[in-house]
Ligand binder design. Structure first.
Ligand SMILES: [Fe+2]
Ligand SMILES: [Fe+2]
Length: 162
């Protein structure tokens, strides 16, 4: 369902992250969530689906929070405000679906459909960030390494550091 596997990067090897710029960190998160969605699609047992859905929802929530607290504010004045506002609305829409999914269990009516729609919405959102927001930011003189460092610290505080 996704074609964005070429630049896949795994974190968690203990040496990644330090000095990594904000855009790279966010792209790593995007690839990880895409991988999790792909694995979810192939999963058959209810336990496995529950486990993967939890990982996906947790990862998305932390990712969106870090973007909204640190990355998006840093982009204000560089990236079109409308673009960033739309991003926030898309995050909110994902949060609503996530909240619904978390109250459900595999096998429930619409459970798989909600996971599929979440995946499609995230794909669309990621495409806009990577095609429209990130290139503009990379051309600016923002200190992406220092923003990346703040993001790494915040992720760790939120229990999702690498
Ligand atoms: Fe986002
Ligand atoms: Fe993102």
């Amino acid at each position: 369902m996704t074609t964005r596997t070429a630049e896949k990067t795994k974190s968690g090897n203990g040496s990644s992250g330090k000095g990594t710029d904000a855009v790279k960190l966010l792209k790593q998160d995007h690839r990880e969530v895409e991988d999790l969605f792909e694995t979810f699609e192939k999963a058959r047992s209810k336990d496995r689906k529950t486990e993967l859905a939890k990982k996906i929802c947790d990862a998305l929530r932390v990712h969106m929070q870090v973007e909204e607290e640190i990355f998006y504010p840093a982009c204000r004045g560089i990236v079109d405000d409308d673009q960033l506002d739309e991003g926030v609305v898309e995050h909110d829409s994902a949060r609503k679906l996530i909240a619904e999914i978390e109250k459900m269990a595999p096998g429930d009516d619409l459970y798989d459909a909600k996971m599929t729609v979440l995946s499609e919405q995230v794909d669309h959102h990621v495409e806009e960030e990577e095609d429209e927001v990130f290139p503009t930011v990379k051309k600016s003189d923002l200190d992406l390494v220092s923003i990346g460092e703040q993001m790494r610290r915040r992720k760790a505080e939120l229990g999702a550091g690498d």
